[in-house]
Design a protein around this ligand. Structure first.
Ligand code: GLU
Length: 420
């Protein structure tokens, strides 16, 4: 991954993004301070029994950034490099993301410092159940609703739902989203992030006159969001997928490949690397390939001031959270590259999480078609709202999405007033 990825503090980035918009909206000092402060933070240190019989103390966090617009919402990630500041930034981004797509939530995020790739299923289950117990005083369907994020999945959510329910003495499906369908999950949630991303790419391409049919696409991070986005762009919109990567490296085939075949190769070998007929590229090189659409779908801090000038794509669609640094944004804007910011481009996941929660609370479930149609409506409208603001103020899409989101959060803060 890019060299700045370990040196930049994502929460500093998040606060700089807020300042840019606070200046534009002429927000006063008090509200600005509220926007830059996470409302509630919990750090937990807890022991987990490992398979060898010894115990290891893990550290985890849950940050509830803002509840001005509703219960807080956001995923839990398992990663060796999780820090409190990273979780704060991700919780802030969830707040703006929920506001951009206008769903009635605040933002939150959680993380546990661990290396899930080195852990057995049993160890992961014990870690998850104990972490769920540690954060259980501050989660719940009306308080804060976790979901999957990096290296957590529907199984992780099932363990959290079961742990929380065992403690209550009854089943509480609405405590988490991204669950398996058999226990109250929603149709379409698994692919919602990638699907939402494919919809906004379609909308943006129309605005700038790029034809997605035949357009070349590179994806950094062939995981849940990235692989689904390119599968749909390939199957439903006729795009040509030319490059893909994961933590082990990347592949490039200028005349295109079938992303489903790459998926099968990855399922068999553990990586996209070595896919027959493709050249090897590094994660850094992938970002700079001559493509029409670039989808960063891995981690933060990938597009920096060092490589922004070398990006050749016409559209950069951020399926990952926080892949572009603010200095890089300016460079991409000057190069007239259309950036679809994370809080818009990957908001499909939390949108269908909202649908899942609403279905759980009603105990009434929708068909896949209903979910996808509602998701499409939300994504199309959110892109149109963002694009309109970008035109109106002559600003790039990220700042426009922030203007839309922050204005909504500020309206909620002001109308609720300050307690006491
Ligand atoms: N982790 C996802 C995100 O970053 C989904 C959050 C959710 O569904 O609550 O948007």
């Amino acid at each position: 991954m890019a060299s700045d990825s370990t040196t930049v503090n994502p929460f500093e980035t998040a606060k700089r993004q807020i300042d840019i918009v606070a200046d534009l909206l002429h927000l006063d000092g008090g509200v600005r301070e509220v926007l830059k402060s996470p409302k509630r933070e919990l750090t937990v240190n807890f022991p987990v029994r490992l398979d060898k019989g010894d115990y290891h103390v893990f550290t985890g966090y849950r940050v509830q950034y803002s509840m001005a617009r509703g219960p807080t919402k956001g995923g839990i990630r398992y990663h060796p490099q999780v820090t409190l500041d990273e979780v704060r930034a991700l919780a802030a981004w969830m707040t703006w993301k929920c506001a951009v797509v206008n769903i009635p939530y605040g933002g939150a995020k959680g993380g546990v410092i661990c290396d899930p790739k080195q852990m057995s299923k049993g160890e992961l289950e014990r870690l998850t159940r104990r972490f769920a117990t540690e954060i259980s005083p501050i989660i719940g369907p009306e308080i804060d609703i976790p979901a999957p994020d990096v290296y957590t999945d529907s199984q992780t959510m099932a363990w959290i739902m079961d742990t929380y329910s065992m403690q209550k003495g009854y089943s509480v499906p609405g405590v988490v989203t991204g669950k398996p369908i058999s226990i109250g999950g929603s149709e379409g949630r698994g692919e919602a992030t990638g699907r939402g991303c494919a919809y906004v790419i379609r909308e943006a391409a129309q605005t700038i006159g790029v034809h997605v049919k035949g357009a070349s696409v590179a994806v950094q991070g062939f995981g849940n969001a990235g692989s689904v986005a390119v599968n749909l762009l390939h199957d439903e919109q006729g795009a040509k997928i030319v490059a893909a990567s994961d933590t082990k490296g990347g592949i490039y085939k200028p005349d295109g490949f079938n992303p489903h075949a790459v998926e099968a190769h990855k399922a068999k070998t553990g990586s996209v690397v070595g896919f027959p007929g493709a050249k090897s590229v590094s994660n850094e090189e992938l970002l700079e390939l001559p493509v029409d659409v670039l989808i960063p779908a891995a981690l933060e801090n990938q597009i920096t001031k060092k490589n922004a000038d070398k990006i050749q794509a016409k559209i950069v669609a951020e399926a990952a959270n926080g892949p572009t640094l603010p200095e890089a944004d300016e460079i991409l804007f000057q190069k007239k590259i259309t950036v679809l910011p994370d809080i818009l481009a990957n908001a499909g996941g939390v949108t269908v999480s909202y649908f899942e929660w609403a279905q759980d609370l009603q105990g009434f479930f929708w068909t896949l078609d209903e979910v996808n149609q509602r998701l499409e409506r939300v994504m199309v409208k959110s892109y149109a709202d963002t694009h309109k603001i970008a035109q109106q103020y002559s600003i790039h899409n990220r700042t426009a999405a922030y203007v839309l989101a922050i204005q909504r959060v500020v309206d909620a803060i002001n109308i609720r007033g300050f307690y006491p």
